[in-house]
Design a protein around this ligand. Structure first.
Ligand SMILES: Nc1nc(=O)c2c([nH]1)NC[C@@H]1CN(c3ccc(C(=O)N[C@@H](CCC(=O)O)C(=O)O)cc3)C=[N+]21
Length: 284
C-alpha cells in the first residue's frame, strides 16, 4: 500500500481563495491590506522566494511591496526603515527576508518589528504568545504543517509526534503547536541518540533538518503521517526534501511531497497572517 499524498499546492490554493474573500471584504470597507517585504543583499534563493511572495499576495488582492537594499546596508539604516514602516498605518505586515548579511544581528532586526505587524511570527513576543497559548502570529511553516494535518482530519490528541529539528522558525514552534493539540511530542536533533528507535514509535513525523535522506523507510511505522519541511537540492540539482520520498511513501499512511508540499503552505500562511494583521488593525 502506498501513502496518500497531502497536496500542498491544492490546499494552499484553497487558503488563498479564503484570503481573497477576506481581502475583498476589507477593501469594501476602504482598507487595502498591505504586506511590505524587505530584501537585503543578492542571495539568489531569497530573490526567487520574495518574488513568489509578492505574486501570491497580488493574486489574492493584497498589496505587496518588495523593497531591496544592497548587502552592505548599515544595520542602523535597516532599523530606521523598520521604525518608519511600524509607524505607517497603510502597512499591515512587515517581512524581513532571512538570511540577513553577516554583519547584521537578525535577532535585533526582528525585535525591531512591531509585533502587531510581525507576519513571519519571528518576534520574541510572537514566540512568547505561542509558548503560552495567547493570541499572536504563528510562524508560517509549522502553521502550514498543522493545516495539512487538519486537512486530512487527523486527530492529534494522545498521538506521538516526533519532530526532527529544533530551529526557532520550524522545529521548536512545530513542537509547541502539536503539544497544544494534545499530542505527545518528542524533539530530536543532531545530538539525539537512537533516532530510528524514536521515529519508529511515531504516529506523526515532521522532518525539518535541511539535509537529504534524514528519514528513510526503515525509520517509519506503517501508516504514520510524514511531513517533509526540507528544501534541499539532490545531486542532479533537483529540489528535494529531508525525506527519502520514494522509499517512505511505501510505508507511510500520508506523506507531503517536495516541491508542492510544505513550501506553498508556508507562503499561504503568510497571506493569512497578513490579512489577519490588516483585520485587527482596522477593527474588523
Ligand atoms: N523572513 C523570512 N520568512 C520566510 O518564510 C523565509 C525566509 N525569511 N527565508 C527563506 C525561507 C524559505 N522559505 C520558503 C517558503 C516557500 C518555499 C516554496 O514555496 N517552495 C516551493 C518550490 C519553490 C521553488 O521552486 O524553488 C515548493 O516547495 O513547492 C520555499 C522556501 C521561506 N523562508
Amino acid at each position: 500500500m502506498t501513502a496518500t499524498l497531502i497536496d500542498g499546492n491544492a490546499l494552499a490554493r484553497q487558503i488563498r481563495a479564503q484570503v481573497g474573500h477576506r481581502t475583498a471584504a476589507l477593501k469594501a470597507r476602504g482598507v487595502q491590506p498591505r504586506l511590505h517585504i524587505i530584501l537585503v543583499g543578492e542571495d539568489p534563493a531569497s530573490q526567487v522566494y520574495t518574488r513568489h511572495k509578492v505574486n501570491d499576495s497580488t493574486e489574492t488582492g493584497l498589496a505587496a511591496t518588495l523593497e531591496r537594499y544592497p548587502a552592505d546596508m548599515a544595520e542602523a539604516d535597516l532599523l530606521a526603515r523598520i521604525a518608519q514602516l511600524n509607524a505607517d498605518p497603510a502597512v499591515h505586515g512587515i517581512l524581513v527576508q532571512l538570511p540577513l548579511p553577516g554583519h547584521m544581528d537578525a535577532h535585533q532586526v526582528i525585535r525591531a518589528i512591531d509585533p502587531a505587524k510581525d507576519v513571519d511570527g519571528f518576534h520574541l513576543q510572537s514566540a512568547g504568545a505561542l509558548m503560552t497559548g495567547l493570541a499572536g502570529f504563528w510562524p508560517c511553516t509549522p502553521h502550514g504543517c498543522m493545516k495539512m494535518l487538519e486537512s486530512i482530519g487527523y486527530e492529534l490528541r494522545g498521538r506521538h509526534a516526533v519532530v526532527i529539528g529544533r530551529s526557532n522558525i520550524v522545529g521548536k514552534p512545530m513542537a509547541l503547536m502539536l503539544l497544544q493539540k494534545d499530542a505527545t511530542v518528542t524533539i530530536c536533533h543532531s545530538r539525539t541518540q537512537g533516532l530510528k528507535a524514536l521515529t519508529l514509535q511515531a504516529d506523526v513525523i515532521v522532518a525539518a533538518v535541511g539535509k537529504r535522506n534524514v528519514l528513510t523507510a526503515d525509520m517509519v511505522k506503517p501508516g504514520a503521517v510524514v511531513i517533509d519541511v526540507g528544501m534541499n537540492r539532490d545531486d542532479a540539482g533537483k529540489l528535494c526534501g529531508d525525506v527519502d520520498y520514494e522509499g517512505v511513501k511505501e510505508v507511510a499512511g500520508w506523506i507531503t511531497p517536495v516541491p508542492g508540499g510544505v513550501g506553498p503552505m508556508t507562503r499561504a500562511m503568510l497571506l493569512v497572517n497578513t490579512i489577519e494583521a490588516a483585520e485587527r488593525a482596522s477593527g474588523a
